[in-house]
Write a protein that binds this ligand. Structure first.
Ligand code: BG6
Length: 491
């Protein structure tokens, strides 16, 4: 039986008053508290540069919780009780002596120590060294770090080396919040619990795969960060490559963290490298110009607040990715992601090959592929498009395409779908690493993405323009049309 005290923790949060911690981390902790999953003896120490006492920090956090927790889930009394577990200390990260205080805060009666670095990655090394000097961490400490781990392979190695100098890999929990989404975890259940799909999941049966992660928001207040990163570093290097790995990987031997991560790494290693020759046919980068989003006029990327009007940073990327192994040879994965697209949605579509011999009306042959549509967000669920006969005496053998539909909220009730951060924090408390990214995954992903970026830089080509509120540059449509296919919404 699981030890009821095994999830008890002392959670120390660096960068606790910053946007990420206030928008994601504290709301998730509050939800865990409400669900009875935050151990009654667990405590949180919030650290930041600002000179605040615990009382005023709690007051400020209460306001932020009210803002960031969905109104139906917010209860002021519960939030107040949760915040009684939170202490605040002002801390200058460069002051090594101040770290000794952290150990005092923990006192003698201790839970597992979890250190959460909600700071820029450039500070991970300093924080880790100072924690070690102050003897504030040991081999059981769990350390949670956020993306981006570097902006290329080389800088990610520097950060990973700094972390490795203090912690072992099994202490490190690198967050990719897409892995915490319920529907993303469902990909593992879908693929490996249903032999129906498992036996069809290869180049013999699948013609191609589409992965779209679209956002309707623009860049707004994050312009400074985003302009250094661009959509390829912000979304492709992590979220989209993780989704691609979960769709493409071989069955792991079991559900342990390393079994799953070993299989993902094999896919990252098998990605066909983008050569300069492939850039015209396999890669599209775009940048949005002024247009309309959700019914209101919005500025272009270069006209956002604080923008550099000459910026060449991409806000959209579409790629034709090929995986060089037996399972996927000849099956392109068309992946795309962008800001200021018509709607917010993440969706994967598996296009199955048609039957080997077609016997129905020739003018309906284009219907003859089954598709599995996996809706990651919103309206979480999946639909298998199958063909049936049209009803009616006069219809002969006319075909009709219709979905076998599974909408999670309808089928399994209207339970709240937990936010990714709730799941991820809960797994850290339990010490499970399977939803976190291992060092070699980060580095293989960078190795592949770096090649694409290097080719862009060498070509000097500016990103293609697309109007805010559309599905990206027409070149992205051309990329898939060249192969005689179309994006799902155009089909
Ligand atoms: C983050 C990116 O990792 O993911 C953001 O930095 C992006 O630019 C966000 O908006 C999207 O996450 P979600 O969960 O809203 O799809």
């Amino acid at each position: 039986m699981e030890d009821p005290d095994s999830t008890r923790c002392d959670l120390i949060v660096f960068g606790a008053m910053g946007d990420l911690a206030q928008r994601k981390l504290f709301p998730a902790l509050y939800q865990l508290y409400r669900a009875g999953l935050l151990h009654r003896a667990s405590r949180v120490l919030a650290l930041a540069r600002r000179d605040l006492d615990t009382g005023s920090a709690r007051q400020e956090m209460l306001g932020k919780l009210e803002c960031h927790v969905r109104p139906n889930d917010f209860d002021k009394d519960d939030a107040g009780r949760f915040l009684e577990k939170v202490d605040y200390r002002q801390l200058d990260i460069n002051d090594v002596d101040a770290f000794v205080e952290l150990d005092h805060w923990r006192g003698d009666d201790r839970g597992n120590l979890i250190v959460y670095m909600a700071t820029p990655p450039s500070l991970y090394g300093t924080i880790s060294r100072h924690l070690r000097s102050a003897q504030c961490c040991n081999q059981n400490t769990r350390v949670v770090v956020e993306k981006p781990i570097g902006h290329d392979l080389e800088s990610s190695r520097v950060i990973n080396d700094e972390l490795a100098a203090v912690y072992r890999e099994n202490q490190l929990f690198r967050i990719d919040h897409y892995l915490g989404k319920e529907t993303v975890q469902n990909l593992i259940a879908l693929r490996f619990a249903n032999n129906l799909f498992a036996s069809q999941w290869d180049q013999n049966h699948i013609s191609h795969v589409e992965i779209t992660v679209a956002e309707s928001v623009g860049i707004e207040s994050r312009w400074g960060y985003f302009d250094q990163a661009g959509q390829i570093r912000d979304m492709i290097q992590n979220h989209l490559l993780q989704l691609l790995c979960l769709i493409a990987m071989d069955p792991p031997a079991d559900l342990s963290a390393d079994s799953i991560r070993d299989e993902k790494v094999k896919i990252l290693k098998a990605l066909r490298q983008m050569t300069p020759e492939l850039m015209n046919t396999h890669v599209v980068r775009g940048q949005y110009t002024a247009g309309n989003s959700e019914g209101r006029p919005v500025p272009g990327y270069r006209e956002e607040k604080g923008a550099d009007p000459g910026s060449q940073t991409e806000t959209f990327v579409a790629l034709k990715v090929e995986i060089e192994n037996w399972r996927w040879s000849g099956v392109p994965f068309y992946i795309r992601t962008g800001k200021r697209l018509p709607e917010k949605l993440s969706r994967i579509i598996i296009h199955f090959k048609p039957a080997p011999h077609y016997i129905f009306d020739p003018d309906q042959q284009h219907l003859a592929n089954n598709k599995l549509i996996i809706r990651l967000q919103p309206d979480e669920g999946m639909a298998l498009q199958i063909l049936t006969k049209e009803h009616g005496l006069d219809k002969g053998m006319r075909l009709r395409q219709g979905p076998l539909e599974l909408t999670f909220s309808e089928t399994f009730g209207h339970d709240r779908i937990p936010d990714a951060y709730e799941r991820l924090l809960w797994e850290v408390m339990k010490g499970n690493q399977y939803l976190f990214v291992r060092r070699d995954e980060v580095e293989y992903a960078w190795r592949w993405v770096d090649r694409v970026i290097a080719n862009w830089q060498a070509s000097g080509e500016p990103p293609k323009r697309y109007t805010a509120g559309t599905w990206g540059p027409v070149a992205s449509i051309a990329m898939i049309t060249r192969d005689g296919r179309s994006w799902y919404e155009d089909a």
